[in-house]
Design a protein around this ligand. Structure first.
Ligand code: NAI
Ligand code: MG
Length: 360
């Protein structure tokens, strides 16, 4: 039995998680070999308001006994965003060595991209997830005085850079990709980014001989994402650059409601965590109109990670079938369906797909 910890979180996190669990239930009802046990944890901003902390002191010890974590989103006006991020997401990502943040960016039939060149986009972003610009090294001193100052250090370790680039190279060779694109800014950030470039180059050189590396300055790269996104296959980036590139990646294929992500500890020493790229979307929370696809797709990535790529493909195919058919669409992609109608349509497509496959 595989044990999954489920943390819906705040805002639309709770709404989209309901749909992902519905999909999981449908799958399990239909496939008795999918033995998954879920436990729901209420850790969120509500929990913070009641207990003064985002999660209990022993939360990581509790989570460590699970095979994977399915997470929704956090963020609520009652709690400062840096508290929700640094007391919840960061400890899980860092302590569980989830150093790969894997974010697929794929154009989908039936979803209009705001870009007009009409070419297929199919890339994955490997974002370094435990160090880099998102470090808590630094300080803020001389508050309210003229000499007030803040320092925020970027931390790049050789092991950290090597491991994320190695993960990108292994993916490229496993899926027959020929090019790695590295996001850099070594012309201006001359210590950390030159270090990033040097070790990226070494690791790609040691990988498959057919793999080529292109290093592109981040400011140019964001423009190329818009002008010629079809040219990118596997993009490797530091924590901050990868974070920005993946929201941009979501936007060019139709929006945040469609984009899943995986925080992976490839060694499987700790549980990995699967979550949509989007946040808690307070502007639409409570209205029942959020698109649950990013969350359901994150569940699919989790299924692949726990050794069920067949179930992963089945869920992704069901999502693609619903989008291609186009009868059920949430507001973010130009329709009027509710969150739960979209979840139901995907459950239905799971069953239909299976019937089709049997019929053939
Ligand atoms: P956001 O991703 O929550 O929302 C950005 C925009 O995208 C909003 O207009 C929202 O309505 C729309 N959107 C997002 N997901 C959608 C979905 N599934 N369906 C339809 N529309 C969707 O980012 P924002 O507004 O910057 O942050 C809101 C809160 O979420 C903040 O408290 C922030 O700290 C938190 N956040 C949490 C994350 C996490 O839990 N991993 C990630 C990003 C933000
Ligand atoms: Mg982000």
């Amino acid at each position: 039995m595989v044990k999954i910890a489920v943390i819906p979180g705040d805002g639309i996190g709770k709404e989209v998680m309901t749909e992902a669990l519905k999909v999981l239930e449908y799958l399990q009802r239909d496939d008795s070999s999918l033995q998954i046990d879920t436990t729901i944890f209420p850790w969120s901003s509500d929990y913070y308001v009641q207990h003064g902390r985002m999660m209990p002191k022993d939360a990581l010890t509790i989570l460590k006994s699970y095979d994977a974590i399915l997470f929704g989103a956090i963020g609520d006006a009652r709690v400062p965003d840096d508290v929700t991020v640094w007391e919840f997401i960061m400890p899980i990502r860092k302590q569980f060595q989830q150093y790969v943040n894997f974010r697929p960016v794929k154009s989908l039939k039936g979803v209009a991209s705001p870009l007009t060149n009409g070419k297929d986009i199919d890339m994955v972003i490997f974002r370094e997830n435990t160090e880099g610009e998102y470090s808590n090294s630094g300080g803020h001193i001389y508050q309210h005085q003229p000499q007030e100052m803040a320092i925020q250090n970027t931390i790049m370790t050789r092991l950290g850079v090597e491991k994320i680039v190695q993960a990108a190279c292994s993916y490229a060779s496993q899926y027959g990709k020929s090019k790695i694109t590295s996001a850099t800014k070594s012309n201006a950030i001359i210590h950390a980014m030159k270090f990033w470039d040097e070790h990226t180059k070494n690791i790609v050189a040691q990988a498959t001989p057919t793999l080529t590396l292109e290093s592109i300055y981040i400011d140019a790269l964001v423009a190329y994402f818009v002008e010629r996104p079809q040219d990118f296959q596997v993009v490797v980036a530091s924590n901050l650059f990868g974070d920005i590139l993946s929201d941009l990646g979501s936007a060019i294929v139709g929006g945040l409601g469609l984009s899943p992500s995986a925080n992976v500890n490839p060694e499987k020493e700790f549980p990995s965590m699967f979550e949509p790229v989007h946040g808690s979307a307070p502007d639409i929370a409570g209205k029942g109109i959020a698109n649950p696809i990013a969350q359901i797709w994150s569940l699919a990535l989790l299924l692949g990670h726990i050794g069920r790529p067949d179930a992963e493909k089945r869920v992704v195919r069901a999502i693609e079938a619903v989008l291609q058919e186009g009868a059920v669409k949430t507001a973010d992609i130009g329709g009027q369906a509710t969150t739960s109608q979209m979840g139901d349509a995907i459950c239905q497509a799971l069953v239909n797909k299976k019937h089709t496959a049997r019929g053939v």
